[in-house]
Write a protein that binds this ligand. Structure first.
Ligand SMILES: NC(=O)c1ccc[n+]([C@@H]2O[C@H](COP(=O)([O-])OP(=O)(O)OC[C@H]3O[C@@H](n4cnc5c(N)ncnc54)[C@H](OP(=O)(O)O)[C@@H]3O)[C@@H](O)[C@H]2O)c1
Length: 107
C-alpha cells in the first residue's frame, strides 16, 4: 500500500482517482482547499504529503484568462515539486508527479 496525494481530489476527475486508489488498497490523501490544503499558496501541503511517495495532479481552475490559468497551474506544480523538500528530495526513486492532460491555458 502506498500513500498517494491527489491534488484536486474533490474535483470531478479527482474524486474518481481517489476512489480508484482506495479500491486498489492505497491510502489516498486529498489535497484541496476543502481538505485544508491550498496548492497555490502551498499552505498545509507539507503536512498532508508527509510519507507520500507519489502525487497525482488533477487540479483545475475556473480562470478564463490564459495568464491567470498559467499562473495557477505554474504555482500548483512549483509547490508540489519544491514546497515539500521531504517529498521532492528525500525519496527520488519513488517520486512521481502525474498531471492530467487537456488543460486549457497550460503547457
Ligand atoms: N472534467 C472533465 O471532463 C475533464 C476532461 C479532460 C481533462 N480534464 C482535466 O482534468 C483536470 C481536472 O479537471 P476537473 O474538471 O476534474 O476539475 P474540477 O472538478 O474543477 O476540480 C478542481 C479541483 O482542484 C481543486 N483546487 C482548485 N483550486 C485549488 C487550490 N488553490 N488549492 C487546492 N486545490 C484546488 C478543487 O478543490 P477545492 O475547490 O476544494 O480547492 C478541486 O478538487 C484538469 O486539468 C482538466 O483540464 C477534465
Amino acid at each position: 500500500m502506498s500513500r498517494i496525494g491527489v491534488a484536486g481530489g474533490t474535483g470531478l476527475t479527482g474524486r474518481h482517482v481517489v476512489d480508484a486508489l482506495r479500491r486498489s488498497g492505497h491510502e489516498a490523501v486529498v489535497l484541496s482547499r476543502a481538505s485544508g490544503v491550498d496548492l497555490v499558496a502551498g499552505a498545509g501541503l507539507a503536512d498532508a504529503l508527509r510519507g507520500a511517495t507519489a502525487v497525482i495532479d488533477v487540479t483545475n481552475t475556473p480562470a478564463a484568462d490564459p495568464d491567470d490559468a498559467r499562473a495557477f497551474f505554474g504555482a500548483v506544480t512549483r509547490n508540489l515539486l519544491t514546497v515539500v523538500p521531504d517529498f521532492a528530495q528525500k525519496i527520488p526513486p519513488q517520486r512521481h508527479l502525474r498531471v492530467m492532460p487537456g488543460r486549457a491555458g497550460s503547457s
